[in-house]
Design a protein around this ligand. Structure first.
Ligand SMILES: [Zn+2]
Length: 388
């Protein structure tokens, strides 16, 4: 990567930077940083602002911020129960968003058609309000993908999509460059980029809804594993002779911890109510539901405590519908992680509900699509800098 690309990527990733920070972070000399920044300001890819704090040498307090080129990207979140498609400008301002309820697992062929139609419609809409190209699209999938992230690896989810080159299929139907990733990986990416400062180190993100998946960030880099299945903790065996799981094993974590399980246990308190899921935050305050959420959290926490021993994360961020239904679930997760941590290390890992809520996966897909669009833009950019 050239000095120009390194500086531009750093400022875009961190939102802002000063010249001395760039020198330190990128190991570049002051004259090199000064020359590259001068070029990027001239190209209008960076803007300069007076920072709040003064200090340091040179022009103290001057901060550089990214200025994004015109254009938009598309993000898609495929979950077991609905499809969401959004378009955002390259500063990740969402301009249009559509969501439909569909049982994706039992209607995969229809779900594929609907996804392609929604993407086309969203592209048409955003083109009315945004200049520049709509180039990249990223799709979050609720299951493991193959090593090349082009197809679903496991036949146990979205079975009629398995084996299909999904990226090429959606690409040919929409005319966009389509990339796929596991939905929890995209949630982790969103939390790492847009969550709190404590999320910048090693991070575990967990999507807990009907399935349970984790996304891992190690040393700032998303980890998908040797075969694409890193973080599939939903199929960790918790009870050896427990209920059968859709994966063919027994007693997997997601046979015990899921929105469906919680609702099944409290259904008799709400006779005649056919859409309990829509009232989940309210139902979570029921004294019986609170106990079930807390115990579900403690069960998930026991699995995560093992993962914490392995990865030593700075933060465990709990997303998905379970995390948004009151504090009992996340408190339960924290309880187990702290109880099972090594002495001296307890209370160190931050265990929090996702600040992005159930939108983390969608924001992650837009972030990935934006990164891909900008990589193309960096490659196309003129080489005006003499400091490469
Ligand atoms: Zn399983």
């Amino acid at each position: 990567m050239s000095a120009r690309d390194k500086v531009l990527s750093h400022v875009r990733r961190h939102g802002s930077a000063s010249r001395p920070e760039l020198q330190t972070a990128l190991g570049m000399s002051r004259p090199v940083v000064a020359a590259v920044v001068r070029d990027l300001l001239a190209e209008e890819l960076l803007t300069e602002h007076q920072g709040e704090n003064t200090g340091g040498r040179g022009r103290p307090g001057r901060r550089l911020r990214p200025r994004y080129p015109a254009g938009a990207v598309i993000g898609v979140d495929v979950s077991h129960r609905h499809l969401t498609v959004a378009a955002a400008t390259l500063d990740l301002t969402v301009r249009t968003e559509h969501r439909v309820a569909i049982d994706v697992d039992t209607r995969p062929t229809a779900a594929l058609d609907i996804t392609a139609d929604m993407i086309r419609r969203t592209v048409e809409e955003v083109r009315l309000t945004v200049d520049g190209p709509v180039s990249a699209c990223a799709v979050g999938i609720p299951g493991p993908l193959d090593m090349n992230k082009r197809a679903i690896a496991s036949p146990t989810i979205l079975s009629s999509w398995a084996g299909l080159d999904l990226a090429a299929e959606l690409g040919s139907r929409t005319g966009l460059t389509v990339s796929l990733d596991n939905d929890a990986n995209l949630g982790a990416l969103a939390e790492h980029r847009h969550g709190g400062a404590d999320h910048r180190g090693n991070l575990i993100y967990v999507k807990a809804s009907d399935g349970i998946g984790a996304g891992l960030i190690v040393h700032g880099i998303p980890v998908s594993g040797s075969f694409g299945a890193a973080g599939e903790i939903g199929h960790t065996q918790v009870i050896p002779d427990g209920d059968w799981c859709r994966c063919g094993n027994r007693g997997c974590l997601e046979t015990i911890v899921s929105v469906r399980q919680v609702l099944q246990q409290v259904r008799h308190f709400y006779p005649g109510d056919t859409d309990l899921r829509a009232r989940l935050p309210e139902i979570a305050q029921h004294p019986v539901a609170r106990k079930i959420f807390a115990e579900s959290g403690r069960t998930l926490g026991r699995v995560l405590a093992n993962l914490c021993a392995l990865l030593d994360p700075a933060a465990v961020v709990i997303g998905g519908e379970m995390s948004q239904a009151g504090e009992a679930f996340v408190d339960g997760v924290r309880d187990s992680i702290e109880r099972l941590a090594q002495p001296g290390f307890d209370n160190r890992v931050l265990v929090v509900a996702s600040a992005l809520g159930t939108r983390a996966e969608l924001i992650g897909s837009l972030t990935l699509a934006r990164d891909i669009a900008l990589r193309g833009e960096i490659r196309r950019a003129p080489s005006r800098s003499k400091t490469r």
